[in-house]
Design a protein around this ligand. Structure first.
Ligand code: SAH
Length: 501
């Protein structure tokens, strides 16, 4: 049995972009992930399928799993020979009990590696424009905790001693202690009008922030009902804080939007939605696999040079076609001198990666428009046309080209799309238990999968959006209500539909 190991890893303050490359690498390889409530649960999408995920989240007042139980889990898993990532908010060694966990594991003979993370103070300050040190007004930085180890009899931090550092104070877990902190700092000689920033869930779309002054701190905390996790930043540096109202106009702030993982441009779509403040959940609703008929493939490849046109209807089509092609041929020139057409910009982009020029891309990514664009390009009567397809393409393209264009059309299937049940994936469970604001459907197969496996189980009533008529029809067939349909078959248009309704 291989040796187990525990990696005590800092997740940073929340935003995915603030995770270290080392942490991302470990997440993608580990057998077990143990994470707590400060950790953005979205990080789970970096883990491989089959990784065991243990939520030991301790929201304040909701004691789910004790520190002893957490240690027990880490020990058990490591002793089973597993690679365990213990993911902790911020940096594991800053008010994170990482030091205690490390010592216990080492004492039990478990190998441990620690990976630093961006601690909340650094993340919250930089992202809100607060220079923690500055040659003109802050020459030190102090990290303090407002909350003490409950086993200790006396509170340990004597805030009076930190009243005159002349630098910036960053107080973790301090909102519950705002009265005491304020009184002590003022008693220690800090000016009442010293600027204070309160930042809650910093670096995440749901961040809230307030700027106030030391004497008004307790009042602000109670009138705004500020709850953990929030950080207090105290000192001159805070006057440089960005306007908290800026960026609050993000149109999708606080909304959870579901998209389909297998979508070719899932990454791009996620990015666009996140830029607008949304929380994005990618559901594995379908699986794409290479699949072809060996006879048809051999015949098609043997006659490849006779085709005047090859048409690709998806990036999956391009990828799988060329996987098969390069198994059969060593030289791209074996393709022959055909013209190439593609539905959709991303399909065309995939072809351009191979340095192939695409002769026709219709403005709207639908079969009818592609067929028309080819007919407009040239007379295709008696020309040989090859359409590269998946298992679920509609016959429409073939019909128009052969009936209207009088071309000789062959089809070559290179992949298949299977519906897959996401109910027991963490993404599926999150949707079932917590619901979502909206779901964006980009194909009829994703609708079918959703209708089969999830629709009846999902908590609440997410609004359902469709990329085009085929997808809308699938919603109708499944008796699912449509919120809005994109006016064009593009992701931008789908987002537009989402924003408008
Ligand atoms: N190890 C963590 C700190 C854990 S203590 C780190 O290095 O950041 C928990 C406290 O950290 C919270 O109560 C809060 O004061 C602070 N904190 C953590 N993440 C935060 C965030 N995203 N925004 C504001 N405060 C945060």
């Amino acid at each position: 049995m291989s040796e187990g190991k525990v990696y005590i890893v800092g997740a940073g303050p929340g935003s995915m972009g603030l995770l270290t490359l080392r942490a991302a690498d470990l997440l993608s390889q580990c057998d077990v992930l143990v994470y707590d409530y400060l950790v953005n649960p979205d990080f789970r999408r970096l883990c491989r399928r089959g990784c065991e995920m243990v939520d030991v989240g301790k929201a304040p007042g909701r004691h789910s799993i004790s520190q002893e139980q957490i240690l027990e889990i880490l020990l058990d898993k490591a002793k089973e020979g597993l690679q365990v990532v213990r993911l902790k908010g911020g940096d594991p060694f800053i008010f994170g009990r990482g030091g205690e966990e490390k010592a216990t594991l080492l004492a039990e003979g478990i190998e441990v590696e620690t990976v630093p993370g961006v601690t909340a103070a650094l993340g919250c300050a930089a992202q809100n424009g607060i220079p923690l040190t500055h040659r003109d007004f802050s020459s030190s930085l102090t990290l303090l905790t407002g909350h003490e180890n409950p086993d200790k009899k006396e509170p340990q931090v004597d805030f009076k001693k930190f009243a005159t550092t002349g630098g910036t104070l960053c107080i973790y877990m301090g909102v519950g202690q705002a009265d005491r902190i304020t009184n002590d700092l003022i008693a220690g000689g800090m000016s009442e009008d010293t600027p204070v920033a309160i930042i809650r869930w910093g670096t995440l779309p749901r961040q809230e922030s307030w700027s106030t002054s030391l004497d008004k701190l307790p009042g602000t905390v109670s009138s705004k009902d500020v709850k953990a996790p929030a950080l207090l930043l105290i000192g001159e540096a805070v006057t440089h804080m960005d306007d908290p109202s800026e960026g609050r106009a993000l149109p999708l702030l606080g909304r959870r939007i579901v998209v389909t993982r297998a979508l070719e441009q899932a990454g791009k779509l996620r990015h666009k939605l996140e830029e607008m403040g949304a929380e994005v959940l990618e559901l594995p609703l379908i699986k794409i696999k290479p699949e072809t008929s060996p006879e048809v493939l051999t015949e098609t490849f043997a006659g490849l040079a006779t085709y005047e046109w090859v048409i690709f209807t998806s990036t999956n089509g391009v990828r799988h076609f060329f996987d098969f092609f390069f198994k059969a041929f060593e030289d791209l020139r074996c393709l022959g001198p055909m013209r190439i057409a593609a539905i959709g910009d991303s399909t065309a982009e995939e072809l351009r990666k191979l340095h192939l020029q695409v002769d026709v891309v219709p403005e709207n990514a639908v079969s009818e428009d592609l067929a028309q664009a080819i007919l407009d390009f040239e007379n295709i009567e008696n020309l040989n046309v090859l359409v590269v397809t998946g298992s679920r393409n509609s016959p429409k393209l073939r019909e128009i080209l052969s009936l209207k264009g009088r071309a000789i059309v062959d089809e070559l299937q290179v992949y298949r799309t299977d519906l897959s049940d996401p109910s027991d994936t963490w993404e599926g469970l999150t949707l079932i238990e917590e619901g979502a604001d909206s779901i964006l459907f980009t194909s009829s197969s994703t609708v079918e999968s959703y209708a089969n496996y999830l629709a009846k189980k999902v908590n609440g009533d997410p609004k359902l959006y469709s990329i085009g008529p085929k997808t809308t029809k699938a919603l109708k067939n499944a008796e699912l209500p449509l919120a809005a349909e994109a006016t064009e078959a593009s992701l931008d248009s789908l987002i537009e539909a989402l924003l408008q309704s």
